[in-house]
Design a protein around this ligand. Structure first.
Ligand SMILES: [Zn+2]
Length: 511
């Protein structure tokens, strides 16, 4: 046997308990063929000496938004702008015609909230949409409000009203989406990410087009992608009653369809909003307010989507950030399993942001996978700690408690809501320090190896890909990342350079 590629001089941390480290990695036909003495004696078409560089399995981002991220790069950016005058200045002389799109608005830091009346003199009759960085709100001008006759607003729209405004703008063309995907794939590769789970296509707030999946097929990205499908596209089907499927997507496609490059992942459902917009559903109000957030829809409709999706064979990815939404998600999953038990359904809770101590046991018992975004707390931990108050702040985006309860933790970014770099997230999981230097739930700190595991094997598990991805194990797909330093000994993990990534045996230098 002749290997396609032999990597020597590695300090590989394989994440495979059967063989945790390796110095030589053999690759054949896009897969790991063997390690160390298993491949040392074999000839190879190409041999690359990594000179002692640290090698990890490729990072898997279990919840991200590639199209939205790529689009953000094309819109007018108002990130960090704190005054109405400052925002208007950025918008003056917007190029092109038709819709004007902007992003990066942060209502919390403004001198006063921006309104349609402020915008109209600058934007004129062109419809204008400014996305709040939470993803759960926006500001629009009167040209948009006029098209939403049922909505009374000064321009600030959240949740379902935001969705109504967003829907006016859709769809984007496949060419636009393909361009956005390619730009995002380039970015994530540079950060060591070899697979992304796109968190919701086809409908809803983050949809781009009803043809969205076609864009992923056309784009032929250099990374692996799994598509979560928005539950909004489930529709009644006239299946034989014995199949027990009331609603499905066309052709009965569901989780697992596709191949190792592009596949269907979970069915994405939303049960509440987010912490930045103060719409995450809590059992007790946000500190110092009487607002306890809100559900995304009626409980009846949300429960029906969970049950129908479960019955139709989907893995579910249920967006639930506040503890009240998490209660709802756990109850709905328990109900679906009671009606029709499915072994290893492996339903996920996306974000799983505020988990009360009494909820940990239920998450473990139901086998639900929390898909967390540690970088949220690096970026917004100071604010979140304030709005949760002293008792609840340590319950946010847990790490140690999940692991101690035997729960598999999956790392993700929710890019572009927060910085997407896995090494940034890993550093936060270990140090539990916000960008402002505040300790956020320090008891939830985990080890570097556990944090790497969450972003490799843990996220592979959340995507039902742990049989082929997530560790450097002979037989698995040859995805890895080459680092310039060892995160286990570095005191600035987020700054460790990514030297190269490999997807399916194809080594791609990054710098
Ligand atoms: Zn998301």
């Amino acid at each position: 046997m002749e290997l396609d590629l032999k990597l020597t001089g590695c300090r590989a941390l394989t994440m495979d308990p059967a063989r945790p480290s390796a110095h030589t990695i053999g690759i054949w036909q896009g897969r790991f063929a063997g390690l160390d003495e298993q491949v040392e004696g074999l000839p190879a078409t190409e041999t690359v000496d990594l000179g002692g560089a640290v090698v990890l399995p490729g990072f898997i981002d279990a919840h991200t938004h590639l199209a939205w991220n790529g689009r953000r790069g094309r819109t007018i950016d108002v990130t960090g702008v704190t005054t109405v005058a400052g925002v208007l200045e950025r918008l003056a002389n917007a190029p092109g015609e038709g819709w004007i799109e902007a992003s990066g608005y942060d209502r919390r830091i403004m001198d006063r909230p921006l309104t349609a009346a402020d915008l109209d003199p600058v934007t004129g009759d062109r419809p204008f949409y400014l996305a709040d960085l939470s993803g759960h709100a926006c500001v629009v001008n009167s040209a948009v409000l006029r098209q939403l006759p049922g909505i009374t607003s000064d321009g600030w729209l959240t949740e379902n009203e935001q969705l109504a405004a967003r829907t006016l703008r859709l769809p984007y063309s496949l060419d636009e989406i393909v361009g956005e995907l390619r730009e995002s794939a380039r970015q994530v590769l540079a950060e060591g990410v070899t697979m992304c789970a796109e968190a919701g296509i086809g409908a809803g707030l983050i949809a781009s087009s009803p043809l969205e999946a076609a864009a992923y097929q056309r784009a032929r990205l250099p990374i692996r992608v799994q598509l979560m499908v928005s539950a909004h596209v489930l529709h009644p089907v006239a299946a034989e009653p014995a199949d027990g499927i009331a609603r499905a997507i066309d052709l009965g496609l569901h989780t697992g369809f596709g191949d190792d490059r592009l596949s269907l992942g979970a069915l994405k459902l939303w049960t509440d909003g987010g912490m930045i917009a103060r719409t995450a559903a809590l059992t007790e109000p946000y500190a110092g307010t009487d607002n306890a957030g809100q559900f995304a829809d009626t409980e009846e409709l949300m429960r029906a989507a969970v049950v129908d999706g479960h019955h139709a064979g989907w893995q579910l990815a249920i967006h639930a950030i506040g503890d009240r939404a998490i209660d709802f998600a756990l109850d709905a999953v328990a109900e679906a399993q009671r009606q029709r038990p499915r072994a290893d359904a492996r339903h996920r809770i996306e974000h799983c942001g505020l988990v009360r101590p009494d909820q940990l046991g239920r998450i473990a018992e139901l086998g639900v996978v929390p898909v967390v975004q540690p970088t949220f707390l690096w970026a917004y931990g100071d604010d979140y700690s304030e709005i949760m108050g002293a008792e609840r702040a340590p319950w946010m985006y847990r790490g140690r408690s999940f692991l101690d309860h035997g729960i598999t933790v999956a790392g993700s970014s929710d890019r572009p809501v927060a910085d997407g770099a896995p090494l940034r997230a890993i550093e936060f999981m270990v140090r539990r320090r916000s960008s402002g230097g505040r300790a956020v739930g320090p008891d939830e700190a985990i080890t570097v190896e556990e944090a790497i595991r969450a972003h490799t094997l843990g996220s592979a598990y959340a995507c039902r890909k742990e049989d082929v991805l997530g560790s450097i194990t002979p037989g698995k797909l040859a995805d890895l990342v080459v680092l310039g330093d060892d995160p286990r000994t570095s005191d600035a993990i987020a700054d460790v350079p990514v030297l190269a990534t490999m997807v399916g045996g194809n080594l791609m230098p990054q710098r």
